[in-house]
Write a new protein. Sequence first.
Length: 287
Amino acid sequence: DKATDPSLSEENWECIQRFCDQVNADTQGPLFALRLLAHKIQSPQEGEALHALTVLETCVNNCGDRFHSEMAKFRFLNELIKVLSPKYYGIWSSEKVKSRVTEVIFSWTVWFPQEVKIQDAYQMLKKQGIVKEDPKLPEDKILPPPSPRPQNSIFDTDEEKSKLLARLLKSSHPEDLQAANRLIQSVIKEEQEKSAQVSRRVNTISEVSENVKRMDELLENYRRHELSSADQETLQALFQRCEKLRPLLFRLANEAVADEEALAEILQANDKLSQALGQYRQVVASQ
């Protein structure tokens, strides 16, 4: 609260540093810190939100891999996206705050190129037209980049493949070098497929959220007998599209069974979709 006090004209670096120290000292520090920071960044008070963004950037630079790992999850990224989205807090968030949030997310795509979820979140903002163009990062305001993280080789997670590749590359036999090339190509293809899965999941969950929200609005008007014939057609089309999304969510859940966080997001989206379809049948189909 002291570090993000909206009455402060300048940053309270002593409090910010103490906050970072607490994050590093507590095993659950990054998780709790990001929940608190998300709440402050979404504040309707511009000063409070801007101070919270400075605290966030300072944590990125001082709180290491545990903080980076939590920060790069959709759970937190979605909270930042809400500040920009007109469907959430983007309606009343100030342009200054939205600009800073955009700069922060974009800077992470530069500093953490290996974090697929950050890349996907930023690309989704561009695809939806929320971000029109990449921001120019002001050198006089940006904090120094975080301490260098080792670039994760795509072979890091598979020790056997890593050893095999090293042996093949050291060989002087042409067939071994060809085998090394095939191995590299197969791993790259596997990584690309994983990235495509993430993109499909993000886009599908986003579409479910948008469709369910729109269906809820139209159903409310339907109950009040205030729905035009054109809107009735829209409602029916949404219902049909939502029915097609259910098997797609089921396939995504099968793909993400090893990723607990992703699976939870898919199941949550499926619950919302099932409720919306149930409401439609109860309100419209019954009549």
